[in-house]
Design a protein around this ligand. Structure first.
Ligand code: FES
Ligand SMILES: [Fe+2]
Length: 415
């Protein structure tokens, strides 16, 4: 006689897990991709202006394209396709001259708009040279950064001004900070972060990670930063010591340019504030009163640069952006020290070089991330359907753009 025993089957194993996949329209940035076309409708910073000297050409990788920046001896800035339009040598090996850049192979010379000025081996320096143009992009400089416009020429907007970066006092300037929270160096050629730009951009809309990662898991990583320096001893707990039910307290809303989110944050001796960030379409953020503008500029689908602008007083330094743990800067820490005190870099880069959106389970605490993704998807659709995306301005006298969140706002006022 056979006895049937009911076997309990515990499911949910990793067996048969589908391969990783991501939302292509949010992640990929090459020419012709949905996000790549959205990003190409905005001016994108690619270098710190003062690094672009006239001594030599500079390699630039931007939105999946290989480019060469050069400043001619008259100080004009150019950005051209890397490979010479004659027979393809890299202009990285070129020579910068008074009025342009000369290719190493046969000496063709191009000006900052790609016009061919000389073809030494041709009769009369090239009788047809006026018909030849090295592919180029418009560039402009502002706030200490060099920006490129890589989109359709007829859609070129004005390079925006930002209200909170205008009208500097006499003793003020705009400080450029670099990838510092993530611990890469500000040397040229710039070291990108080797994972997808969106993983870092979305972090600006991620409140629950503040108390968890930066305090409970990894000790108080933020005490060195100006925003959170607390001198009073009335409360020994760091500002982010609270986390219980945080998800229910997050305030998230659409703004004119993107998404704003905030979370109540007690600052000992000063009261409860709303730590308020804004992420703007397509790749710009403002982080409370800590960071005035933060660009997440993709070099490729799996690498990006992080340019940070901060209004600063004369003599004000921001070394504490680099001071992390164990008395070391981020890049000096050992593997074991990184494991003992992981920060933004470890959390974001370990997602993978590209995200796995199909593995995620967004929850209530991710409300602002969901909103940001929707906002980006809408802007992608705007471009696909022939509309101008949010925030682009075409009038030469367009007013400075206004952000929806900048300083910390007292919680009671903001609620
Ligand atoms: S390949 Fe550049 S001049 Fe010939
Ligand atoms: Fe963080």
């Amino acid at each position: 006689m056979s006895v049937t025993t009911e076997r309990e089957i515990d499911t949910g194993t990793a067996y048969g897990l589908k391969p990783r996949s991501y939302k292509v329209e949010l992640v990929e940035v090459g020419p012709g991709t949905p996000m790549g076309e959205l990003m190409r409708r905005y001016w994108q910073p690619f270098a710190v202006s003062k690094d672009l000297t006239s001594e030599k050409p500079h390699k630039v990788r931007l939105l999946g394209e290989n480019l060469i920046a050069f400043r001619d001896k008259q100080g004009r800035l150019g950005l051209v396709h890397e490979n010479c339009c004659h027979r393809g040598s890299s202009l990285y090996f070129g020579r910068v001259e008074e009025d342009g850049i000369r290719c190493c192979y046969h000496g063709w010379k191009f000006d900052v708009k790609g016009y061919c000025l000389d073809q030494p081996a041709e009769v009369d320096g090239g009788r047809n040279r006026a018909k030849i143009r090295q592919p180029w992009y418009p560039v402009e400089e502002r706030y200490g950064l060099a920006y490129a416009y890589m989109g359709p020429p007829e859609k070129k907007p004005v390079l925006p001004r930002w209200e909170h970066l205008e009208n500097l006092e006499e003793d003020e300037h705009i400080e450029i900070l670099w990838n510092t929270i993530f611990g890469t160096r500000d040397v040229e050629p710039y070291n990108p972060l080797h994972f997808n730009w969106l993983q870092a951009f979305e972090n600006t809309m991620d409140s629950p990670h503040l108390p968890w990662l930066h305090y409970w898991h990894s000790c108080d990583q933020f005490t060195g930063l100006p925003l959170l320096r607390v001198d009073g001893d009335d409360d020994k707990l760091p500002p982010y010591a609270h986390i219980k039910n945080l998800a229910g307290q997050i305030v998230a809303a659409r703004t004119e340019l993107g998404v704003k989110q905030g979370v109540p944050m007690p600052v000992p001796g000063q009261g409860i504030f709303l730590a308020s960030n804004e992420a703007m379409v397509p790749n710009i953020a403002v982080v409370a009163s800590l960071i005035d503008l933060m660009y997440f500029v993709p070099q490729s689908d799996t690498s990006f640069l992080n340019f940070i602008l901060k209004r600063a007083k004369k003599g004000q330094t921001f070394d504490n952006f680099n001071e992390m743990h164990f008395g070391k800067t981020w890049w000096e820490m050992t593997e074991e020290e990184h494991r003992a005190s992981p920060g933004d870099f470890e959390a974001q880069s370990s997602i993978g070089q590209l995200p796995a959106h199909n593995y995620e389970h967004l929850s209530q605490g991710d409300v602002a991330i969901g909103l940001l993704r929707r906002r980006l998807e809408e802007a992608v659709r705007d471009v696909q359907e022939g509309r101008d995306p949010v925030g682009v301005q075409f009038e030469a006298d367009a007013p400075p753009l206004r952000i929806g969140a900048h300083d910390m706002i007292p919680w009671n006022d903001a609620a």
